[in-house]
Design a protein around this ligand. Structure first.
Ligand SMILES: Nc1ncnc2c1ncn2[C@@H]1O[C@H](COP(=O)(O)OP(=O)(O)OP(=O)(O)O)[C@@H](O)[C@H]1O
Ligand SMILES: [Mg+2]
Length: 478
């Protein structure tokens, strides 16, 4: 859609240059709010007119022109592929529409649509269509990714949360979400108008809509195809087999409660029942030899690089199996594709697991658990304060946090984490597995650099796994 033409059609062509200068493209129009427009200096009357027009836009209209990457598709370029489809609905909208005056109702729906669209986009989803108060979104379009189903669920949970926090016309809002994954025929998605409606054909969108209808307010319900792809990444409530209109037989359904606390994506996605290991004797041999040197106090670093699914995690799991009978401490760090912007996420996550944090632990309990853990590593007071702060725990009188510049605080925190590792090596040799470094955040990367440097003289075997796109800086060291 041409934003300039759209503005002119509203009789507001004078803002064309302003919109262009502010880089407001068609695809972000639905997220524009009255506040944004006010910041741009648009007067009240025009803001109202724009907001009203924006809430009436359909997804097809706001689609940007196809980019070179996706390439224009012709009508007959229908394609069979797997897609995760999300359907989201506003609870009690009929009642709302009769209670509110039409103008207010439109505003409520507009805010709700924008909230859903913003969450969907933040998880790399594609808002395909607004249908009344329903929103249809695709994950895995235009490009399929390995974690489409997972992102759809995270988005679903995010939508419920975002809609719950909306406050329009002092009306509390709730959403329900249905998600299904399966084969669909994708037609001309970049088409307009009715072509858009025909674009995805198959049982999957229907199933997503039906699962949504089954969901309680504020719930996210998924079907079997999605469930298979996300393993134990989330906690679920089994809804059993349910009857859905338009689909023969009973279909299994699950309500997603929350992300789970399982440590590794490997365990969460592959489960505990592994088929027997094939080959890899040489690799295991090498790892065991390195472990032998590690135990003698000669720290080792092993990098395992390879394409997705080649068996990097499996190899480290096998080594752990081999070392089961030996005294050692195993520390697991897991990068996540969803936490690349979150400083030190793998370390924070590990510390929380090692300390035994559980959901809904009050901060005081967490602090106690952290103190117990750090006492084992004989950490100094300052380190306890810094690490408590890292874990977002409130400052305490026993170990106050000194006033440090952000830069100093980061340095001190990294040192504290290294010292903690060092403290643990006094008791046992350590197997430290750092998984999926291709998703590492910059601060963790700094800390990993320091760690690689420090383990030379510590009984630590550090194994780092990553895909080929990651360029490790530690190659060429002994
Ligand atoms: N040598 C092997 N023998 C038997 N099964 C294997 C072997 N290597 C890998 N597998 C199996 O293949 C699947 C993918 O392996 P794994 O998860 O270890 O890959 P990865 O390299 O860690 O991939 P990613 O980059 O996605 O983390 C797993 O189910 C694993 O158990
Ligand atoms: Mg892996």
């Amino acid at each position: 859609m041409d934003v300039g033409g759209w503005l002119r059609s509203l009789g507001l062509g004078q803002y064309e240059a302003l919109f262009r200068a502010s880089e407001i493209d068609a695809d972000i129009l639905p997220e524009l709010t009255d506040v944004d427009l006010e910041k741009l200096g648009v007067p009240l009357g025009h803001r109202k007119r724009l907001v009203r027009a924006i809430s009436g836009l359909t997804a097809a209209e706001t689609l940007a022109a196809p980019s070179a990457a996706t390439g224009p598709k012709s009508q007959d370029a229908a394609e069979r592929r797997q897609l995760t489809v999300m359907f989201c609905d506003l609870v009690g909208s009929t009642e709302l529409s009769s209670r509110l005056d039409p103008e207010d109702y439109r505003e409520v729906i507009g805010d709700y649509h924008r909230a859903v669209a913003a969450v969907v986009r933040s998880f790399d989803g594609f808002v395909a269509k607004y249908m009344g108060d329903g929103v249809l979104a695709y994950f895995g379009y235009p490009r399929a990714q390995e974690d489409d189903a997972e992102r759809a669920i995270r988005a679903g949970l995010g939508v419920v949360d975002a809609v719950g926090r909306l406050d329009v016309k002092s009306t509390a809002l709730q959403a329900r979400v249905g998600i299904a994954t399966g084969m669909v025929v994708v037609g001309d998605l970049v088409g307009e108008g009715s072509a858009q409606e025909q674009s995805v054909v198959g049982e999957t969108p229907n199933l997503a809509a039906r699962l949504q209808a089954l969901a309680e307010p504020d719930a996210v319900v998924i079907g079997a195809g999605t469930r298979r792809l996300v393993g134990d990444l989330f906690e679920y409530r089994d809804l059993g087999a349910v009857e859905v209109k338009g689909i023969a037989g009973l279909v299994p359904a699950w309500q997603v409660l929350r992300p789970s606390v399982v440590a590794s994506r490997f365990e969460a996605l592959r489960g505990s029942s592994l088929t027997p290991l094939v080959g890899r004797e040489e690799e295991i041999d090498l790892l065991l030899r390195r472990w032998g040197r590690t135990k003698a106090g000669d720290g080792q670093v092993v990098l395992i690089s390879g394409e997705a699914g080649i068996g990097k995690s499996r190899l480290t799991a096998e080594l752990e199996e081999c070392l089961r009978a030996e005294p050692h401490l195993r520390l697991g760090y897991f990068c996540s594709p969803h936490r690349q912007d979150s400083a030190l996420y793998p370390f924070i996550d590990q510390l929380g697991r090692a300390a035994g944090f559980v959901r809904n632990d009050p901060p005081a309990t967490r602090l106690e658990k952290l103190e117990v853990l750090l006492a084992r590593a004989t950490a100094p007071e300052l380190d306890v304060a810094l690490l408590a702060d890292l874990m977002s725990l409130p400052p305490s009188n026993c170990h106050p946090l000194p006033d440090l510049s952000p830069h100093r605080k980061k340095e001190k925190t990294l040192e504290a984490l290294i010292r903690q590792l060092q403290g643990f090596t006094r008791q046992q040799p350590i197997l430290m597995v750092f998984e999926d470094a291709h998703w590492i955040d910059p601060t963790s990367r700094e800390l990993l650099d320091l760690t690689v440097d420090r383990v030379r003289t510590l009984p630590v075997l550090l194994i780092v796994t990553f895909r080929p796109e990651f360029q490790p800086p530690w190659i060429g060291q002994p």
